[in-house]
Each structure stands twice: as C-alpha cells, then as structure tokens.
Ligand binder design. Sequence first.
Ligand code: TRP
Length: 335
Amino acid sequence: MLNGRKTLYSGMQATGTLTLGNYLGALKNWVNLNEEYECIYGVMDLHSLTVRQTPAEFRKNARSLYALYVAAGLDPEKNCIYYQSHVSGHAELSWILSCFTYMGELNRMTQFKDKSSRHADNINAGLYTYPVLMASDILLYQADLVPVGQDQKQHLEITRDIAQRFNALYGDVFTVPEAYIPKAGAKIMSLSDPQKKMSKSDENANATILLLDDRDSIIRKFKRAVTDSDTVVRYAEEKPGIRNLMDIYSCVTGKDYSAIEQEFEGRGYGEFKLAVGEAVADELSPLQKHYASLIEDKAYLDSMIKMNDEKAAYYAAKTLRKVQKKVGLTERIRA
Ligand code: TRP
C-alpha cells in the first residue's frame, strides 16, 4: 500500500524497440490503472546488462523505452516512471535477498536454462541471479500487484517465496505480491509463424510489428501474415494465424470475435489482413506522433525522469532501511 492505495509494479527491459506484442500484451493495459492503483513502472536497465550491450545504443534504447511508456499514455505525473539503475536500493536489496535465495531454486528457473542455451558464450552470474534482482524490484516498493506475462510467472513465484521466507524469519517486512491479470490483452504471436510468440529478436523482419514501424511497413507485414488455405475468417483452433489476426484486431478495435466474423463474412483473407493492418497503423499513429515530439523535448523528459527517480528512491529507501535493520546490519550514524 502506498498513499492509501494498492501498489502496482511492473517494467520492461531496456533493449531495442518494443513490439506490437509488448504493446497489446502489456503497455496498453497499464494505461488508466493509475485511477485505481499507485503505479510504478521501471525502465529495467540493470536487467538488460545480463546480455552484452553496446553502451551508446543501450543508453538510447533506455531513453526510448521511457518515452514509449509516456507516448503510450502512461502519464509521468500520475505514474512513477523511473530508471531502475538510478535507484541504488535495487542492487543493495538484491545482494541481501541473494543470501535468502537457494541455488536449487535458481537452478529450476526455465528462463535461465533457456537464456543460457541461447547465450552459451556468456552464461554470467547476473543471468543466474536475474530473478533475485527482479524480486528486489518488486519487494522494494511493497507492491501488491504485478502485471506479468506467462514467461515471468515463475519469477513472480520465486519473489513470493523469498518474501515469505524473509517474513517468516523477521516479521512482516515485505508485502507478498500477486500477479495482476488484466481484463483485456492477449498474447500476440509472430506474423510468420503463429505458433511462436512475437519477438523483437526474430530473424524474420516480417514476423514482428515494431511500435515505431511506419504505416506502409505495418500494412505490408500484415498482408504477408501467414494464415491457412481456408478463406473464412473464423476463430478456430486449427487456424492459429487467423486467430492471431483476430486477437490483434479485437484488441485494437474492441470488437469481439463474432462481430469480426460477421464483418468479414464472404470477404476473404486479403481484405481482412488489410483491415487489420490499417487498424493497427491507425492505433499506433498517435503514439508515434507523441513519441516523436517527446524524444525531441529533452527538458521535459529530463524533468520527468528526475522527479520520478527521486520519488522512487524515497519509497525504496524506506524498505531498504527496514530490511537492513531487520537483518542486523549496523545503522549509519547520522549527525
Ligand atoms: N523480467 C521482466 C521481463 O523481462 C522485466 C522485469 C524486471 C520486471 N523487473 C521486473 C517485470 C519487476 C515486472 C516486475 O519482462
């Protein structure tokens, strides 16, 4: 709880530009949550260091993510949007919590196994303790709710285990967070292989819509989307490509499946794909315009970052001091 309201915490890694999947699956659903909750969103740049980054590009991507949060409709005056690396409490709590996390638990993390097989030349300790840092992010702010996708559920589980273990030893120090499942939102799949999640690291550029793609590229990619040999727009198990396009269309227009089926009755896939492409381009156009003006407005972005960094640091310090005291670290002498 923060300021008498439940606290919601989430964030994304600061790598590359976001995809339509990140937007429809997460970001778009975060907008307006601040009416009900105290919302804190991090630019998770410390987590991004677990894979090798090019410094200048990394810095640019992190700022771009900040601007995309705001451009997507997260008001930085109402939501605390800050850089993870600007609040040193994340790293400090992470060390302490790593002493309350078992190697056996970390060994079970499927994302670690996955990432270490994909980056076999750089299986660093940060990749291994990634979930401890994530637990620290969440617990530092005493978050009640954490919106996460399927791939992060296991990390939220370990966060809860760490919090409960710590609380059992030292009393109620941490709020034990729960997953927040948004009412709307969907898992968006690749346009070229609808069995696979849409991903910014896909080698096939046609598989992924990036949030900053221009209108023509968006429409072209949708025209090339893989479907099936049928011609009827219908939501069916055996039609994963059409289902994905219907999910996207539904997220963007708010229409349900049966309304979409009716709308495209007798019209074939070509027309449907074009309609989805246009709807997505229309949806992203205001976001892109807002982004373009934000990224030019250095003074505004800097002032928002500064204000929110300070706010986040204040919340974080409260928890960190409590934890340090509980575990028996000697308090600093204040003049
Ligand atoms: N690991 C998350 C992801 O890759 C990002 C993340 C880091 C996060 N810390 C978090 C998400 C805390 C929610 C809460 O998607």
